[in-house]
Ligand binder design. Structure first.
Ligand code: GDP
Length: 195
């Protein structure tokens, strides 16, 4: 999709604040610092648009970015903050659960992991959770420019094994630096939009 127009429509904390246009929604999840803002900015051809999730406690909202009056990117706050209290974690969990299990506009979730490392326990839990609810998932392995191309297959296999990757999910190596994988991610999104 050729993107010219993107706007943060709303940072929602409750379902009654979710957008009412009925456009398809693609959610993006991942631990903080995995490269979620960078992926979003690459997809919409901006240098800095999606706000960074580097402020623990200040991003406990679902951010709905309206793209071309056709779809929403839903930025889900990063998980895995060591500093966040148990209470905050529970609040976060409930908000995500409500959104993921009941939002009919949700057409798929992009789950980000770091291409260099084994998925974290949180990464695995999130992936299995999405599978359990039968949500179409694209696992995007970020920062692939930091590993040699000859090692990509090995890293992909390790990540898939750790996640107990299901054949109905999709996987894509990605780099915000080289924009490698951008077209493939868009293709997956566009396929989901039609469902
Ligand atoms: P977020 O917290 O998940 O939104 O992560 P950011 O997008 O803010 O990225 C976290 C850090 O990783 C920043 O310093 C980015 O520049 C860096 N980063 C993100 N994606 C890539 C990538 O594909 N390649 C490289 N080399 N660095 C990346």
């Amino acid at each position: 999709m050729e993107v010219h127009n993107v706007e943060l429509q709303i940072s929602a904390v409750r379902p009654d604040q979710y957008p009412e246009q009925g456009y398809p929604e693609i959610a993006l999840v991942g631990r903080s610092n995995v490269g979620k803002s960078s992926l979003t900015n690459t997809l919409i051809n901006r240098k800095s648009y999606a706000r960074t999730s580097s402020q623990p406690g200040k991003t406990q909202t679902l951010n709905f970015y309206r793209v071309e009056d056709q779809l929403f990117f839903v930025d889900v706050p990063g998980y895995g903050y060591a500093k966040v209290s148990q209470k905050e974690r529970e609040k976060w969990g409930k908000m995500i659960e409500k959104y993921i299990t009941s939002r009919k506009e949700l057409k798929g979730v992009i789950s980000l992991v770091d291409a260099r490392h084994e998925p974290t326990d949180d990464d695995i839990t999130m992936y299995q959770y999405l599978r359990y609810y039968d949500i179409p998932v694209l696992v995007v392995a970020t920062k692939s420019d930091k590993i040699a191309r000859g090692k990509w297959n090995q890293h992909e296999s390790k990540i898939k094994k750790a996640l107990d990757f299901d054949g109905s999910s999709a996987f894509q190596m990605f780099s915000a630096q080289t924009k490698m994988g951008k077209e493939e991610v868009w293709k997956w999104i566009e396929d989901r939009m039609g469902e």
